[in-house]
Design a protein around this ligand. Sequence first.
Ligand SMILES: Nc1ncnc2c1ncn2[C@@H]1O[C@H](COP(=O)(O)OP(=O)(O)OP(=O)(O)O)[C@@H](O)[C@H]1O
Ligand SMILES: [Mg+2]
Length: 225
Amino acid sequence: MIRLENIEKEFDLGQIKIKALDNINLTINRGDYLAVMGPSGSGKSTFLNILGILDFSTSGQYFLEDYEISSLPDKEQARIRNKHFGFVFQSFNLFSELSAIENVMLPMSYAGVKYNARKKRAGELLDWLGLNDRLYHLPSMLSGGEQQRVAIARALSNDPDLILADEPTGNLPSDKGEEILETLEKLNSNGVTIVMVTHNDAQGDRAHKRIHIKDGKIEWRKVCA
Ligand SMILES: Nc1ncnc2c1ncn2[C@@H]1O[C@H](COP(=O)(O)OP(=O)(O)OP(=O)(O)O)[C@@H](O)[C@H]1O
Ligand SMILES: [Mg+2]
């Protein structure tokens, strides 16, 4: 599905340059469940942003299927991001002035889905995530776990092939975190590819593959049985 070759990312801050990623080589297959681990500042979020085409490497190549991402026009990159990728962030990133259902409907409107179809799908996703009585709540009226479930519903709205999650349980108490993890694992068993950044060893152990990043390099990798 994805092949990364010699990916490097350097942040140029004028006086200093920070090499956030260095010589990253990795293949992600369809259906993988990959945990990305490593200390704070090691480059995990930078890696996820590049994988999600939210940012670009300074050198190296990123192949999605057989397309080299940086050679594609901006519009095509945006279409891939919207249609094929779903993002779940540590801090949920919901629009505070939009209700739960409107937040979930938004990516579908960018994808050109008609209003009634958007509303139906958003309602079904929120129902699936146990939020059928919270459709018209604003994020501020929802608990952290509920907000993260809305964010997952939003990530799923365009039926993505790949979910990129940056510490999706980081801001949740452990029982709520467990619910989110089980939801991601249920999606993975339905064939959705999951790449999840986590600080939590027990969570990392549940993934089928693990990479450990240190100082921007893959320090070690492990494939679990
Ligand atoms: N936009 C930026 N400009 C400059 N430096 C950056 C930028 N984003 C990240 N960095 C630097 O790149 C390095 C990697 O950051 P990154 O956010 O990827 O770490 P991380 O592994 O996700 O850490 P954490 O676990 O704390 O979230 C850090 O040294 C960080 O300060
Ligand atoms: Mg991070």
